[in-house]
Design a binder for this molecule. Structure first.
Ligand SMILES: Nc1ncnc2c1ncn2[C@@H]1O[C@H](COP(=O)(O)OP(=O)(O)O)[C@@H](O)[C@H]1O
Ligand SMILES: [Mg+2]
Length: 416
C-alpha cells in the first residue's frame, strides 16, 4: 500500500514511521514533510491546496490519504478527495465542525447529554462586555468560536483579565461563549471511529506550558506520556460510554457520521469527568506516545474506519509506557531563529525514537525550521524507566538556543 500523509510535524513523522514499521505500507509520502523523512518522500505542496493533493495522489498512485492537522479537515479535504474516489482517513467537513466550532461541539454535547460545563452564548463584543461587568464570580472561561490555533481560550481569574481578552480579541460580529471553570486534572482520550462504532485508545497527557512546573506561555505541547493513570480503567470506560459513544451516535443522527480520530480533551475531578473540547485528529505530541504502543497495524485500523468495518477489530496496546519530550527553539512559542545546525542525532541509542517536527534537511545536514523541533521518544516496561531513558539520551542532541522541559510525566511519577 502507498500512503500520503498530509502535514509536517512530529505527529506526521510518527504516523509515517508507524505505517512503514508495522508493515501497513510499502511507501509513505508526506506533504510537505520535514527533515526526518527521506527527501524523495517529501512532497513540497500545501495540504490546503486540494487540487495539488489530488494530483500527487494520481501521480504517485496513492492508495490512502491520512490527514494529520485539523485545518484541511475543517476545510473539507475528506469531502473533496472522497468525491474523486481517493480513499482518505478522517471526518467530513461537517463532522470536523466538532473541532472547527467550539459552539457547535457544545451544542452537540448538550443535545446528546455529554458531560461538559454549563455555558452561555454571546454575539458581539458589546453584549459580552456588558455581561462581564455584571458578574462577580471568577475564574470564568471565555471561548471564541472557530479555529484559533490555541489562542481562542482565556481562563480569566478577574474581571480585568476577562475585559482585556474580550477587548483585544472580539469584534462586533464575534461569536463567543462563557463557560464555568472546572478545577481538575486534564488528559486526552482519543478514539477511532468508522461512523458507527468507536474504540478508545489508552489515555495520554500533554504538557502545554513552555517551562517546568507548568510555567510560562502556552505552546502546541512540550511533551506527553501514555498511559495517563488519571484515566484509570473505570474512567476510560466512563469516557467511552458517556462521551465517545454518545457523540458518534449523535453525529450519525445529525446526518454527519464521524469517521476518523475523535479526540476528547477531558478534565477529571474525583470520579467526575467533563469534556473541555474535541479535536478531530491525532494530537501532537499525543500521537508520538500512542502509536508506538499500538499493537494493531495502523493501516488495518485506517482501512476499517474508511470502509465501516471497525466492529471486526479489537484495539490492543502493549502493556508498556511511552514518553516523548519536545526539544524546542529558544524563544518559542514567541519569536525564534531558524536554520540552526542540529548535532548529536547520530549518537542516540537505537531504542530511542526521534520524531522530527520543525526540521529541514539541507546538503546532508539537519537544520531547525520551526518552534518545536524534535520529539525524543522512549518506551519501557515502566514509566520511570521510559523517563530515565529519554532524559539520559536527550542531552546528546544540541542546537544553539535549544531547550526542553525536564519534568514531563511529573503528575504520574515524582520529580527526578
Ligand atoms: N471549563 C474549563 N475549566 C477549566 N479550564 C479550562 C476550561 N476550558 C478550557 N480550559 C483550559 O484552557 C485550555 C484550552 O482550552 P481548550 O478548550 O482545550 O481550547 P484549545 O485547545 O483550542 O485552546 C485547556 O487545556 C484548559 O487548561
Ligand atoms: Mg486544548
Amino acid at each position: 500500500m502507498k500512503y500520503l500523509v498530509l502535514g509536517s510535524g512530529g505527529r506526521e513523522h510518527c504516523i509515517a514511521w508507524r505505517l512503514l514499521n508495522d508493515g501497513s505500507a510499502s511507501e509513505v509520502y508526506v506533504a510537505p514533510g520535514n527533515g526526518g523523512i527521506a527527501p524523495e518522500y517529501c512532497i513540497p505542496i500545501d495540504p490546503a491546496n486540494f487540487d495539488a493533493v489530488k494530483k500527487i495522489c494520481l501521480e504517485k498512485k496513492i492508495d490512502v490519504v491520512m490527514v494529520g492537522p485539523e485545518a484541511p479537515l475543517v476545510s473539507g479535504v475528506v469531502d473533496y478527495l472522497s468525491k474523486e474516489k481517493i480513499p482518505v482517513f478522517g471526518p467530513s467537513r461537517q463532522a470536523a465542525m466538532l473541532e472547527g466550532s467550539k459552539l457547535y461541539a457544545k451544542r452537540i454535547m448538550e443535545k446528546y447529554g455529554v458531560p461538559t460545563s454549563a455555558h452561555r452564548d454571546f454575539q458581539g463584543k458589546e453584549s459580552i462586555l456588558s455581561y462581564l461587568s455584571r458578574i462577580k464570580d471568577y475564574p470564568i472561561v471565555i471561548k471564541l468560536d472557530g479555529l484559533a490555533a490555541g489562542k481562542g481560550v482565556c481562563v480569566a481569574s478577574s474581571q480585568e483579565e476577562a475585559h482585556k481578552f474580550v477587548s483585544e480579541n472580539c469584534f462586533s460580529d464575534s461569536i463567543v461563549f462563557i463557560e464555568d471553570f472546572i478545577d481538575g486534572e486534564e488528559a486526552s482520550v482519543l478514539g477511532i471511529s468508522d461512523g458507527e462504532n468507536i474504540f478508545p485508545f489508552i489515555a495520554a497527557q500533554d504538557h502545554k506550558r513552555a517551562f517546568d512546573g507548568d510555567k510560562g506561555p502556552n505552546t502546541g505541547g512540550m511533551g506527553a506520556y501514555a498511559p495517563a493513570p488519571v484515566i484509570n480503567e473505570t474512567r476510560l470506560r466512563q469516557v467511552r460510554d458517556e462521551v465517545l459513544v454518545p457523540v458518534i451516535n449523535g453525529m450519525k443522527k445529525e446526518g454527519h457520521p464521524f469517521k476518523g480520530i475523535l479526540y476528547a480533551g477531558i478534565i477529571v475531578r474525583g470520579s467526575d469527568i467533563k469534556v473541555l473540547e474535541f479535536n478531530v485528529r491525532f494530537g501532537d505530541p499525543e500521537a508520538q506516545v500512542l502509536l508506538p504502543l499500538l499493537k494493531n497495524k495502523l493501516g488495518d485500523l485506517i482501512e476499517a474506519s474508511i470502509t465501516g468495518n471497525l466492529s471486526k477489530k479489537i484495539l490492543e496496546f502493549q502493556p508498556r509506557h511511552a514518553i516523548t519530550v519536545v526539544i524546542a527553539s529558544g524563544g518559542y512559542p514567541g519569536t525564534y531563529e531558524k536554520g540552526k545546525l542540529i548535532v548529536g542525532l547520530d549518537r542516540i541509542s537505537s531504542d530511542i525514537i526521534v520524531f522530527h517536527a520543525g526540521t529541514q534537511s539541507k546538503n546532508g545536514q539537519i537544520l531547525t525550521s520551526g518552534g518545536r523541533v524534535l520529539n525524543v521518544t522512549a518506551c519501557a516496561d515502566t514509566l520511570l524507566q521510559a523517563r530515565e531513558k529519554v532524559y539520559q539520551e536527550i542531552t546528546k542532541i544540541f542546537f544553539e538556543g535549544s531547550f526542553f522541559r525536564s519534568d514531563i510525566a511529573y503528575r504520574a511519577i515524582p520529580a527526578r
